[in-house]
Write a protein that binds this ligand. Structure first.
Ligand SMILES: Cc1ncc(C[n+]2csc(CCOP(=O)(O)OP(=O)(O)O)c2C)c(N)n1
Length: 573
């Protein structure tokens, strides 16, 4: 058997796990690991400029592929810089393995140089964490970390490794385990047949049904099953912010995103439904609005891999714990074999109502005669220029909601955004993580001047690794989403939401070695965007000046029901 040091085992185990890229930043506690990385070529390390970016790159790789991404950060400030990225992944149930260096074991608890209690700091935001106390355990721990991160409800796992565990002077027999045994952890692999049967009967009897599906369909690889079931039933489908792309955005049966900035027709349909089939969605506060007024006439079937998600905020009438793919597949079989079929007349009436809502208020915004651009127009143009086929990685703010509303996602894993934590600064590193792994794909980072400046230093990483991301900066010269809330709730007192002295983004992009473009008129937009996307091997920073005063609508009225919405600055339901 081969003898390897702890540092070498870390790298070899990653290779044996099938990892191609890891994203990281070196430091004292990790020097042995970095030396091991230097002496091999299988695992490629991407040197970011800030550890937060490493975690978002790993996270976005996972969102695009379903496989755990890997970040490597040193102890102390390296680890704390990674915390936002770990929390971002945790909130959206994204599989990720974060390896953190730690001070030597005999110094732990001594306030040693660059010591932080990473196990303690990260505990509330990880699915699990490991502290290595015997170097020979490294292969087994890494195997377990990947297994836990990727199975059941996915999530981030921290592996904290004291420096002495990676010492080059001590060597151990290396073998990467083929299987994992964890006595106290065995996620379900299928749903309860009796419950699925009951749910299917209820589904077939519905007169005003809605399929409400979330990120669990994307991460659970259940999009094909969702499409098949929806087609068999001819029921309307709405997606959460995390679920976009799980059902094709241009399909007639798709009624848009639901929730705080959901479409009029999706929120109305939810409110008036008699049956909600929730799949891999967690009824979070940005979806339900006031819980006491939530969908008063609906019975609820809730499919989720995580039992803790079921009936957490809204009580399910039929709970089904299981993977979305397996449960939907079983439902498809039952529907196919059932003598009872949906009530065609009732479903037609329901569709007539939904279509009426759709024509009344669906997807609209006002343009004026000037050449001033609306942010919605920019996203529609992005959808057109990329044929709805780009990976769209977003930051957080109004631009994120416009992207969610107006880009037509026809495939899963293409819409990459921080839904749960709402992390400004996510977009650029996320786009980098995707581009690195899909070098030929169109990858857009939709952002705002607030968000992009939170990880702007990564333009340097993009240059080093030739990542031709297209940055679509919807420049409204303000923290637009904050300003919108101030307009709506604080009589337009814009406390610290205007950004003065913004940099010249074109020059900034050029300083980093990229292409910069400034677009101020709508009539220039299409040509500029086509030119940008035609530059296959260059990063292009498109600084696009949009109407500063635009708001995102619809917007649910706080603590109201799902149907209580502002539709424009002056109209509400
Ligand atoms: C790290 C972080 N800090 C603060 C916030 C609160 N926040 C949410 S949206 C937003 C404004 C975002 O501004 P910008 O990126 O310019 O996008 P816009 O809303 O103008 O499109 C802020 C400050 C956040 N989500 N994340």
């Amino acid at each position: 058997m081969e003898l390897l040091s702890g540092g070498e085992m870390v790298v070899r185990a990653l290779h044996d796990e099938g990892v191609k890229y890891i994203y990281g930043y070196p430091g004292g506690a990790l020097l042995h690991v970095y030396d091991a990385l230097f002496r091999q070529e299988d695992v490629q390390h991407i040197l970011v400029r800030h550890e937060q970016a490493a975690t978002h790159m790993a996270d976005a790789y996972a969102r695009a592929t379903g496989k755990a991404g890997v970040a490597l950060v040193t102890s102390g400030p390296g680890a704390t810089n990674a915390v936002t990225g770990i929390a971002t992944a945790y909130m959206d149930s994204i599989p990720m393995v974060v390896i953190t260096g730690q001070v030597m074991s005999h110094l732990i608890g001594e306030d040693a140089f660059q010591e932080t209690d990473m196990m303690g700091i990260s505990r509330p935001i990880v699915k699990h964490s490991f502290s290595v106390s015997r170097a020979e355990d490294i292969p087994a721990i890494i195997k377990k970390a990947f297994h836990i991160a990727q199975s059941g409800r996915p999530g981030p796992v921290v592996v904290d490794i004291p420096k002495d565990m990676t010492s080059p002077t001590e060597r151990y027999e290396y073998e990467y385990p083929k299987t994992v045994k964890l006595r106290s952890y065995s996620p379900v692999t299928r749903g309860h047949s009796g419950q699925i049967k009951k749910a299917t009967d209820l589904l077939l009897a519905a007169k005003r049904p809605v399929l409400y599906t979330g990120g669990g369909v994307i991460m659970g690889n259940a999009s094909a099953e969702l499409i098949q079931l929806a087609r068999m039933l001819n029921y309307p489908v709405t997606n959460t912010l995390m679920g976009l792309g799980g059902f094709p955005g241009t399909d007639r049966q798709f009624i848009g995103m639901l929730g705080m900035h959901g479409s009029y027709e999706a929120n109305m349909a939810m409110h008036h439904s008699d049956l909600i089939l929730a799949v891999g969605a967690r009824f979070d506060d940005r979806v339900t609005n006031g819980l006491d007024k939530f969908c008063p006439t609906a019975k609820i079937i809730h499919i989720d891999i995580d039992p803790a998600s079921i009936s957490k905020t809204v009580k399910a009438d039929i709970p089904i714990v299981g993977p979305a793919q397996a449960v939907l597949a079983e439902m498809i079989e039952l529907v196919g074999a059932s003598k009872k079929q949906p009530d065609a007349a009732a479903i037609k009436t329901w569709w007539d109502q939904i279509d009426e809502w759709r024509t009344r208020h669906g997807g609209r915004y006002r343009t004026d005669d000037s050449d001033k651009m609306k942010p919605q127009q920019v996203i529609e143009m992005l959808s057109k220029v990329t044929n709805g086929d780009a990976y769209v990685c977003s930051d957080v703010g109004q631009h994120q909601m416009f992207a969610a509303q107006y880009y037509k996602f026809n495939k899963p894993n293409r819409w990459i955004n921080s839904g749960g934590l709402g992390t400004m600064g996510f977009g650029l590193p996320a786009a980098m993580g995707v581009q690195m792994n899909f070098p030929d794909a169109d990858v857009a980072c939709v952002t705002g001047e607030g968000s992009i400046q939170m990880n702007i230093q990564e333009l340097s990483t993009c240059k080093q690794y030739d990542l031709p991301v297209k940055i679509i900066n919807l420049n409204n010269q303000s923290l637009g989403m904050v300003r919108q809330w101030q307009d709506m709730n604080y009589e337009s007192r814009h406390s610290h939401s205007y950004m003065k002295s913004l940099p010249d983004f074109v020059k900034l992009a050029e300083a980093y070695g990229h292409v910069g473009m400034k677009v101020e008129k709508y009539s220039d937009l299409e040509a500029a965007m086509r030119e940008a996307f035609a530059m296959k091997d260059r990063l292009v920073f498109m600084d696009i000046y949009v109407d500063q005063f635009e708001h995102v609508y619809p917007m649910q009225v706080p603590r109201g029901s799902m149907r209580d919405m502002w539709l424009t600055k002056t109209e509400r339901t």
